[in-house]
Design a protein around this ligand. Structure first.
Ligand SMILES: Nc1nc2c(ncn2[C@@H]2O[C@H](COP(=O)(O)OP(=O)(O)OP(=O)(O)O)[C@@H](O)[C@H]2O)c(=O)[nH]1
Ligand SMILES: [Mg+2]
Length: 456
């Protein structure tokens, strides 16, 4: 994608292909004004942001569709250029004809993310807001959406700006160190700056610790349902997803390959894996392969539900599972409590949370749900700052800034050169500035825009 701010006009369908009640076709560039004038007839000027209803005709004067359309004047549209949005009936044939008609009038097809790219080049959006647009479109849970909104509205930019302001204030104080002889400064001023730097360091550290949360918010909490064959793992999955997704049978070894379903708990996306029962002596190659798959999933999982058949003695788990689970990321689900032979299994992983349920009779699922929610809250809860979700590139600037701050802190604590400490504070601010800086590196922009849909 080249970065010249050419003003050629382009068009794309912004709604997904296929049949729908209505569709949205969007165009940007200087030719939009002429297009709108022709739609109005007699070369009248369109009123910006006014919804018109017109007959849209092709080059031969044949009616394509009756459409609602809106014209946006240059300067105050999404892209910053003249834009037009057309809402025809959602028939792919109609959309194709309208787009062909645009092309006949000198428009070209838009590249993925090109509307947003124009908005960025025309300074209608900041770099982090582009990511906010992308994350808003792709968010798969309430939590992901709320974090994306923070980016889109510039909350993450403002957060960094706040820290930069504090650093500037601090520098002024330190420069007072330089300008005044030490014995003329009140003692509290001498203690102040190192303590304040420590505070900023801890704020930045908490921003930097967002890597795992970012993944979890965006991609979901990988949750494995594990246990012996016939324990009721698939029955539990079916209950949680609300339909009979997995085969259930009284034969042990029913589930072979894992099954993935998505549910939402407390606004978090849960990627729920039903797995093959962990049979110590598997019957045949297929069952062995299934168990191998289960064990492979353990490393990539964030959370575990170990399902027991509470009418029989609990199984010994493979070492790789024992080392992956702990009382914060695992619930022991004692199933089949409807049966008279059922016994409590409190001594099995005694310090883990236990929940006694019947997947067959849908008993006590609330207890499991509330324990599950509590653990998610403890492990994955996003604090306000972490909800801002900085990505890898941004975190590298935060890291740079932290290193400068550590040096400044050390110099001030040792009563060494205050000039040098002030210099490190400037460098720390500069690193943070890079987070919100206008990026014109083509490779970075190309990579980002390639993740967009056409029409956005
Ligand atoms: N009584 C009773 N039976 C249950 C309960 N949950 C599951 N079952 C029965 O136990 C048998 C096995 O259930 P599944 O859900 O297929 O068990 P699984 O753990 O997925 O088994 P595999 O896929 O073979 O590892 C079926 O006959 C279920 O109807 C329960 O809470 N109570
Ligand atoms: Mg199963």
């Amino acid at each position: 994608m080249n970065l010249t701010s050419d003003t050629d006009s382009f068009v794309a369908q912004s709604t997904p292909p296929g049949i729908s009640a209505l569709a949205l076709i969007r165009a940007s560039g200087s030719s939009c004004t002429k297009y709108a004038e022709q739609l109005l007839g007699k070369n009248n000027s369109p009123i910006p942001r006014h919804a018109y209803f017109s007959k849209l005709k092709n080059g031969e004067g044949e009616l394509i569709d009756e459409v609602v359309w809106i014209y946006y004047e240059p300067g105050s549209s999404y892209t910053g250029e003249a834009m037009i949005e057309i809402m025809p009936h959602g028939n792919p044939l109609i959309c194709k004809m309208i787009i062909e008609d645009f092309c006949r009038r000198g428009f070209r097809l838009a590249e993925p993310g090109e509307f947003t790219k124009r908005a960025y080049l025309n300074k209608k959006l900041k770099f982090s807001q582009i990511k906010g647009v992308l994350e808003t479109i792709h968010a798969q849970s309430d939590r992901a959406l709320s974090a994306a909104r923070k980016r889109l509205t510039g909350a993450s930019d403002n957060h960094i700006k706040g820290i930069v302001q504090e650093l500037t204030k601090l520098r002024a104080e330190i420069e007072a160190y330089i300008d005044f002889p030490e014995d003329e400064l009140p003692p509290e001023d001498k203690d102040g700056p190192p303590a304040q730097i420590k505070k900023i360091i801890s704020r930045l550290n908490s921003l930097n610790a967002t890597a795992k949360n970012r993944e979890i918010i965006q991609n979901g909490i990988n949750t494995l349902i594990l246990g012996s064959p016939n324990a009721g793992k698939s029955s539990l999955l079916n209950l949680l997803v609300g339909h009979n997704r997995a085969l259930v049978s009284k034969e042990a070894g029913t589930t072979r390959d894992y099954i993935l379903e998505h549910i939402e708990i407390d606004g978090y996306l849960i990627n729920l894996f039903d797995t093959a029962g962990l049979n110590i002596s598997p019957k045949g190659e297929l069952e062995s392969l299934g168990i191998e798959h289960t064990l492979e999933l353990v490393d990539q999982s964030d959370f575990f539900l170990v399902v027991l058949d509470s009418t029989i003695d609990p199984p010994e788990l493979p070492a790789s599972i024992v080392s992956a689970i702990n009382p914060r990321n695992c619930i022991i689900v004692e199933n089949k409590i409807d049966l008279p032979e059922s016994r409590t299994r409190n001594d099995y992983f005694a310090d883990f949370p236990h929940s006694r349920i019947s997947a067959l009779d849908n008993l006590s699922l609330e207890d499991l749900g509330s324990k599950w929610k509590n653990l998610i809250a403890q492990n994955f809860e996003i604090r306000e700052e972490e909800g801002l979700m900085f990505d890898l590139r941004e975190r590298s600037f935060i890291q740079e800034s932290l290193e400068e701050l550590e040096q400044a802190h050390q110099l001030l604590s040792e009563d060494s050169s205050t000039e040098l400490a002030a210099f490190h504070l400037i460098r720390a601010s500069e690193s943070l500035h890079k987070i919100n800086e206008h990026v014109d590196n083509e490779a970075i922009l190309d990579e980002l825009f390639s993740r967009f849909c056409i029409g956005k």
